[in-house]
Every structure is written in structure tokens, then in C-alpha cells.
Design a protein around this ligand. Structure first.
Ligand code: CMP
Length: 139
């Protein structure tokens, strides 16, 4: 089934000028980038986006990291896009990520792990709506 998922290319990757390299892996995997913009997350935006993690010990560090440098927010479209993108990203901890995945190729640590992808179709819809209006998504 054709789906849309939400992606963030995180500050560690944009700082290393890897936006194009990450996008090449996404596109080679058959996912289409149907919306994309480079933005600097505000503290409030990062806190809201990661609200479900607010009780975690790493929450402060996560918000600080995500606001440190620009990110690229994206909508990806394709067959089973939510699960497919999670495969393409690799495990949250790059040390456990499979060969050829974005995190294996480019990520430094579990905190600075280069990309975010939605974990379900419901969350994809919620996350996309936080950053894009319908007319900004051109499929
Ligand atoms: P993400 O998929 O964006 O969703 C939550 C993020 O929290 C996750 O990727 C990691 O970047 C971050 N995270 C998860 N576990 C840890 C950890 N133990 N220490 C720091 N950050 C973490």
C-alpha cells in the first residue's frame, strides 16, 4: 500500500553536509521525497515533537541536540513507506544498524543518529501535520 512517512535529517548529518548523501540512500531504496524543507527547530518545536520522551533521562540532551543546527524535515512516499524507511534508517543505535543503512553509514551514536522516521502510520500523519500543510506535499 502506498503510504507517507515523516523524516528528519538531524543536526549531526546536516553539520557534516550529508543531506544529499542521506537523500541518495532514501531514493535508492525506492522512496520518493514529496516534500522537504531545511529549518532550525525552536526549543518549543523540539520539545513538542519529542513530547512522548519527556520523562526519559536523555530528553534534555535530545532537545539540545535537535536545536543545535538546522534539520531537514521531509515527507517520503512509497510502498509501505513507514516500515520501509525504518529498514533504510537501520537500528536506533548505529552500532547495531545493518550494513548499508543510513545510521550504519553516517551516524555517530544513539543520540546523534542522523535521521528520524515515524514509527507508525498514525504517528506519521501527526508528525507530517506538525511541519507541512497539505499543499506543500506534492506527490
Ligand atoms: P528518534 O527516532 O528520533 O526518536 C527518539 C530519539 O531519542 C532517538 O531517535 C534517539 O536519537 C534518541 N535516543 C534514544 N535513546 C537515547 C539514549 N539512550 N541517549 C540519547 N538519545 C537517545
Amino acid at each position: 500500500m502506498t503510504e507517507r512517512t515523516f523524516s528528519i535529517i538531524k543536526p549531526d548529518a546536516t553539520e557534516k553536509n550529508l543531506t544529499g548523501a542521506v537523500n541518495a540512500v532514501i531514493e535508492a531504496a525506492g522512496l520518493r521525497i514529496v516534500a522537504q524543507k531545511r529549518i532550525k527547530l525552536s526549543q518549543a518545536q523540539a520539545e513538542k515533537f519529542y513530547e512522548i520522551h519527556k520523562e526519559r533521562p536523555f530528553f534534555g540532551e535530545l532537545v539540545e541536540f535537535m536545536t543545535r543546527a538546522p534539520v531537514v524535515v521531509q515527507v517520503l512516499e512509497g510502498d509501505n513507506a513507514v516500515a520501509r524507511y525504518r529498514e533504510v534508517m537501520g537500528a536506533t543505535n548505529p552500532a547495531q544498524a545493518a550494513e548499508g543503512t543510513i545510521r550504519k553509514l553516517y551516524a555517530d551514536s544513539v543520540g546523534e543518529n542522523s535521521v528520524h522516521g515515524s514509527d507508525s502510520l498514525d504517528n506519521a500523519k501527526i508528525e507530517i501535520a506538525q511541519f507541512f500543510t497539505d499543499d506543500e506535499i506534492v506527490g
